[in-house]
Design a protein around this ligand. Structure first.
Ligand code: GLN
Length: 489
């Protein structure tokens, strides 16, 4: 039975439709496996009874003739995304008892397509981090080596997919949080174009950057889930009313004639030579499939990390102002007045990294510093976006790069050095600053046996080409088929 957990979404669909197994059996199999791999700490909450009840319901619907696209297929949800009547914490003590009265649009869409929520995955508190060590519920372990981080902030989702604890999971990506953990865990993850997927009911971190997307073991599985997630939502004014292409139907287009831009600023000192070798190998493979390559320049790349670590904390400092211990969330006991209640609830409820960002954010927005930091960062953000516009207008259809400069690092290795941690986001952050779609997919392993990710960056709204190129590459390689021992329990 445990092999069921290795199947792709389309194989699960076929198996369920052909009555090879029921949704109850499938869901039970995942739940048992989640129990056996508790040391990963991938989940903050698993609601067995609820998941099994939903599975029974799906089996009944199927018997009555329903064939919804994800009917009876389980998935996992990053605990940054609201689930009605199911505790949602953002991995923060400040929300440790928060039970939302409504679900995010993305969760409603998955459930309307027949999917079943297995549980809520662990993350860095409020999605601030690159290692999943900043969680009030403890660090997540990488299934490829449990002494290493799974990446962050969607580390629980990535670990769960790599260990086959669910066929797909949702992540959120503000500066790389879907793609970097995907690369550390040998899975596929896509951050869609800003505005493609609704954020209604998603805990806000940095609202001009946040986007929701799928994580799964194959490109096609991500395309299937992205199809369900995408499209306008009247509850999110930043979601855009544009037609959504049929991602899966177009997957076999191939890459003949596709122009790949290779940004010279992404192959620099500090890039692990083993990562570079794997990425260059992947580019060769794409060429052998008919793509052409051209060197491009994205000259403002080196400013992206600095810009991001001004803008994201600035937006976070205002988004997180709502957690004051009054209407919901953690409240400190025995305060002497209102100001004392705010101060103590927030100092006790937020973790160290979140407090650091709130302080940086408040500082860069304060009068006297606003022009020097925030305003300047906004201007540089425009230059970064223009670099991409120019490359796409003049030279290429897709940009290819490493997802992260290294493979998974050791737990505790960077936690005391925020700058070293922030630099790990160097190749993913520019994509969020420019609002573009970006995908990470498996492209090799280093000599320690750790996965390496390839990043594909697309034009705005062109997720389709990322799926096509990713699918073409994946079809000619075996990397995505390798599973960690932990997935075989
Ligand atoms: N690592 C980045 C940060 O700490 C990105 C996180 C994210 O994408 N949510 O902010």
């Amino acid at each position: 039975m445990s092999d069921l957990t290795h199947l792709s979404i389309s194989d699960l669909r076929t198996g369920l439709a052909g009555k090879k197994f029921s949704s109850r059996e499938l869901t039970q199999t995942y739940l048992d496996k989640i129990d056996k791999t508790k040391e990963l700490n991938a989940f903050i909450l698993v609601d067995r009874d609820k998941a099994l009840a939903a599975a029974d319901q799906a089996d009944k619907m199927r018997a009555a003739g329903s064939n919804l696209p994800l009917l009876g297929i389980p998935g996992a949800i990053k605990d940054m995304i609201l689930t009605k009547d199911v505790r949602t914490t953002a991995a923060s003590k400040i929300l440790q008892n928060f039970v939302p009265p409504y679900s995010a649009t993305v969760v409603n869409r998955l459930e309307a397509a027949g999917s079943i929520v297995l549980g809520k995955t662990n993350l860095d508190e409020f999605a601030m981090g690159s290692s999943n060590e900043n969680s009030a519920f403890g660090a997540v372990k990488n299934p490829w080596d449990i002494e290493r981080v799974p990446g962050g902030s969607s580390g629980g989702s990535a670990a769960a997919i790599a260990a086959c604890l669910a066929p797909y999971a949702l992540g959120t990506d503000t500066g790389g949080s879907i793609r970097q953990p995907a690369s550390f865990c040998n899975i596929v993850g896509i951050k869609p174009t800003y505005g493609r997927v609704s954020r209604y009911g998603v805990v806000a971190y940095a609202s001009s950057l946040d986007q929701v997307g799928p994580m799964a073991r194959t490109v096609q599985d991500c395309a299937e889930i992205c199809q369900v997630l995408s499209g306008h939502d009247e509850f999110d004014s930043t979601s855009v009313d544009k037609p959504v292409p049929q991602y899966v139907a177009g997957l076999k287009k191939g890459v003949k004639g596709l122009r790949l831009g290779i940004p010279k600023e992404y192959f620099i000192k500090g890039l692990d030579p083993e990562v570079e070798k794997a990425v260059r190998g992947a580019i060769k493979q794409l060429e052998s499939l008919g793509a052409t390559t051209v060197e491009i320049s994205l000259p403002h790349t080196e400013l992206a990390v600095a810009v991001y670590y001004i803008l994201a904390p600035a937006e976070a400092s205002s988004n997180l102002a709502r957690y004051d211990g009054v209407r919901y969330g953690y409240r400190a006991q025995g305060s002497k007045d209102l100001m004392d209640l705010y101060c103590r609830s927030r100092s006790e409820g937020f973790g160290q990294e979140v407090q650091r960002r709130i302080m940086i954010g408040t500082y860069v927005l304060s009068s006297g510093y606003f022009d020097a930091f925030y305003l300047k960062a906004q201007k540089v953000r425009t230059l970064i976006a223009q670099d991409f516009q120019k490359a796409f207008a003049e030279k290429c259809d897709v940009i290819v790069s490493p997802t992260a400069p290294t493979t998974a690092f050791r737990i505790a290795e960077k936690v005391t050095d925020p700058l070293a941690m922030y630099l790990n986001d160097i190749f993913t952050i520019p994509v969020n600053l420019a609002g573009l779609p970006g995908m990470s997919l498996p492209c090799g392993f280093d000599s320690k046996g750790l996965p390496i990710g390839l990043q594909l960056i697309g034009k705005p709204w062109d997720e389709e080409t990322l799926f096509n190129a990713g699918f073409a590459y994946e079809s000619g390689t075996e990397w995505h088929k390798r599973l960690p021992e932990m997935a075989k329990v």
